[in-house]
Design a protein around this ligand. Structure first.
Ligand SMILES: C[C@@](CO)(OP(=O)(O)O)[C@H](O)COP(=O)(O)OP(=O)(O)OC[C@H]1O[C@@H](n2ccc(N)nc2=O)[C@H](O)[C@@H]1O
Ligand SMILES: Nc1ncnc2c1ncn2[C@@H]1O[C@H](COP(=O)(O)OP(=O)(O)O)[C@@H](O)[C@H]1O
Length: 283
């Protein structure tokens, strides 16, 4: 029998892009029904975990503006303890690199990496479906990161079909404004009746992000960032924003565009990631 590791260092919590996002309806509880294509990026936060015997969950690093008890990482660890009755704990360090509230799913990805890492460190043995169900209690994007590969998603973003996409390079731009997800979804002007598409039609369909016009009208910097990036390649908002992205011709092209980004915004280049690093560790 192989010994259990007691430490997992520098685990990636990758960013995601919503290549498109259609709002196709609304549930009776007010949550919106979506269709979206999630793409993993080889760029993200890094988390390190050390098992503790005393059951305590400690966050070792500050995350700006997020109290320890509210941190999705801490909440994910406590949820896994509660779901499994596990009496072990963990020290968790977060190297935060993704802009928060940017539509890149950083908090959700941190939570997903925590669930998968601690499921290993604690040998709690939950399968992928159980981890995804736990993750959904923390946020609509968490199950996707546990699914661990590019996906066509429906429902509130928790029902998946695999997508095989060619490797690609992206430029991601943060326009330096915070766009509250709840405000965009509750906007009167949001269209909620886009005709559903089939996964087979995804490549051929004309897609868009239905949240983008609402965010652009209320936050003109988002529109300005899209206009700037669109000089180089077709540009679009990810999720509920505020970040925008464009697929470009390769690494050199991406780095060149990043260097010319106006100083008031931040820009990054990133490559797609075909599988989450934890993909093979959950059944
Ligand atoms: C839009 C997406 C697309 O991937 O990503 P982000 O841009 O946040 O990364 C997600 O659906 C974001 O899901 P999630 O991360 O759970 O959203 P939250 O911040 O919890 O949602 C804030 C509020 O937005 C509304 N909301 C959210 C998701 C949804 N499908 N319908 C909704 O109506 C709800 O009122 C909710 O209380
Ligand atoms: N570990 C975490 N990292 C980022 N955000 C967190 C974390 N824990 C809680 N949050 C909260 O979740 C919110 C959404 O964060 P994030 O997932 O990065 O954005 P988005 O859902 O727009 O992609 C943040 O504004 C923050 O208040």
């Amino acid at each position: 029998m192989t010994a259990l590791p007691d430490t997992l260092d520098h685990c990636l919590a990758p960013a995601k892009l919503n290549l498109f996002l259609h709002v196709v309806g609304r549930r009776p509880d007010g949550y919106h029904l979506l269709q979206t294509a999630f793409r993993l990026l080889d760029w993200g936060d890094r988390l390190s975990f050390v098992r503790r015997a005393d059951g305590r969950i400690r966050r070792l690093t500050d995350v700006a503006g997020v109290r320890e008890d509210d941190d999705l990482v801490v909440r994910a660890a406590r949820l896994l303890q509660a779901a499994t009755g596990c009496t072990l704990g963990a020290d968790i360090a977060i190297d935060k690199r993704l802009p928060m509230g940017g539509g890149l799913g950083g908090g959700s990805s941190d939570a997903a990496t925590t669930l998968m890492a601690l499921n290993r460190l604690w040998a709690t043995g939950l399968d992928r479906a159980r981890l995804q169900a736990l993750g959904l209690q923390l946020g609509a994007d968490v199950p996707f990161f546990i699914y661990g590969r590019d996906a066509f998603a429906e429902g509130v973003g928790e029902r998946f079909q695999p997508l095989e996409l060619p490797e690609a390079w992206y430029v991601i731009l943060s326009p330096g404004v915070a766009v509250p997800t709840g405000e965009i979804f509750s906007a009167g002007e949001l269209t909620r009746n886009t005709e559903p598409i089939k996964i087979a039609d995804f490549a051929a369909s004309t897609t868009r992000n239905d949240l983008q016009p609402v965010a652009c009208k209320r936050y003109p910097e988002v529109a300005a960032a899209i206009d700037w990036l669109a000089q180089h390649a077709p540009a679009r908002m990810t999720g509920s924003g505020a970040c925008v992205f464009a697929q470009v011709d390769g690494e050199a092209d991406a780095k060149r565009i990043v260097q010319t980004c106006p100083a008031r915004w931040q820009a990054w280049s990133a490559r797609s990631l075909s599988r989450h690093p934890f993909f093979d560790t959950v059944g």
